[in-house]
Design a binder for this molecule. Structure first.
Ligand code: ZN
Length: 376
């Protein structure tokens, strides 16, 4: 058996990266359009697109039919098959994996129950998934990992500060996975990664400013302002879990009366409703159960308050809600909007929430996108 040298992502200079980035975010386009968008000269773009074509990342696509008497413009097209990216979402129970192509399209997803939460076992499991995917895909360029937890930069590497669900303290996660796989690694908070992924390739595409609310067992926010994801000094931007939304009411596990975690999260809703799942709460409410109905109304109003605060703070063009608890936004939209409007700055525009479908592997997709973003 002969061993081939593994393919690696090429080192790109700033101009090449700018063009690739613009095509990733805005899709295939003509060189003239790229010149207009990036402010580069046509000559530079001819050179850069030749470089990217030689690197197999881009190809000349079919020509646009000319409008009127102009010459047809050749479109530059990303080659989706130019590279693959493996993304992981890690929870306390399972490892979700997704492989995407260069344009963020999902090629395959997998789910593996965690038999051990020990750091070395989890890293080894990720390593095995990457090894196996590399038997199928010969241009795996980078790996992304996201999880509910705090990450920070330290000496040029990302380390995990803490993850409640995994029971991890400080873990040099980027170095460990890089050492196991030999690939560039991106590590991100899960909600931030999902916001960044929707900004490039999902419901936020084409919007310079957007916020994403991830609602499930907890609640978190990812904010993109002027095309930049807000991460904060310790990757903790968007921790709104204990934001107060009512002056009184039930308390959260920290003893705050009326905070978001006391009303809006799935555990808060099921506790208030006396049910054992969110689905059961909806079912009970629809068949006339007062207590379940009121728990959902309180959650919808809390969510409206969160939306108002986000709009006041970040002035987004779009508010996306996703996660296992997203249906709360659709139960009584009028209550949500009423709560939102009552807290909005008088001149702010009341946005409708864009409720996006969700499955757990979306976070793995987002992690793969963060791997693309790490390289470009
Ligand atoms: Zn609280």
């Amino acid at each position: 058996m002969t061993t081939r040298a593994a393919w690696t992502w090429p080192t790109l200079h700033d101009g090449q990266r700018t063009v690739l980035l613009d095509m990733l975010i805005h899709g295939d386009m003509s060189r003239a359009e790229l010149a207009r968008r990036t402010g580069m000269s046509r000559g530079s773009l001819t050179r850069l697109s030749r470089d990217l074509t030689a690197l197999d990342l881009v190809e000349e696509g079919e020509t646009d039919a000319p409008l009127g008497r102009g010459r047809p413009a050749e479109r530059l097209r990303l080659r989706p098959e130019a590279a693959q990216f493996v993304g992981f979402k890690l929870t306390g129970e399972a490892l979700y994996a997704a492989v995407t192509d260069l344009t963020g399209a999902v090629l395959v997803t997998e789910e593996h129950p965690l038999e051990s939460r020990a750091v070395e076992d989890v890293i080894e499991l990720m390593g095995q998934v990457v090894d196996r995917q590399r038997e199928t895909y010969d241009r795996v360029a980078a790996v992304g990992v996201c999880l509910a937890g705090d990450v920070r930069q330290r000496r040029g590497m990302t380390e995990m500060v803490s993850s409640y669900f995994l029971g991890w303290g400080k873990v040099p996660i980027e170095r460990l996975i890089r050492d196991r796989t030999g690939l560039p690694i991106a590590v991100a908070n899960d909600v931030q990664a999902l916001a960044a992924a929707h900004h490039w390739f999902g419901a936020g595409r084409g919007h310079r400013s957007m916020v994403l609310i991830g609602l499930g067992a907890g609640i978190g926010v990812g904010a993109v302002v002027d095309d930049k994801l807000l991460q904060g000094s310790r990757g903790r931007a968007g921790k709104i879990g204990h934001l107060p939304v009512e002056c009184s009411g039930p308390t959260c596990d920290r003893g705050h009366a009326g905070c978001v975690s006391a009303f809006v999260t799935i555990p808060a809703i099921t506790r208030a409703a006396g049910t054992d799942s969110l689905d059961a709460t909806f079912e009970a409410a629809r068949s006339g159960d007062r207590r379940a109905h009121e728990a959902l109304v309180a959650a919808a109003r809390g969510l409206g308050a969160v939306g108002a605060y986000l709009i006041n703070m970040f002035d987004p063009e779009k508010v996306i809600i996703t996660g296992e608890g997203r249906a709360v936004a659709e139960y009584i939209p009028a209550e949500l909007q009423d709560s939102l409007r009552s807290r909005l700055d008088p001149d702010a525009k009341p946005l409708q929430f864009d409720v996006q479908p969700f499955q757990f592997s979306d976070y793995a997709w987002a992690a793969a996108i963060s791997a693309i973003q790490r390289l470009v």
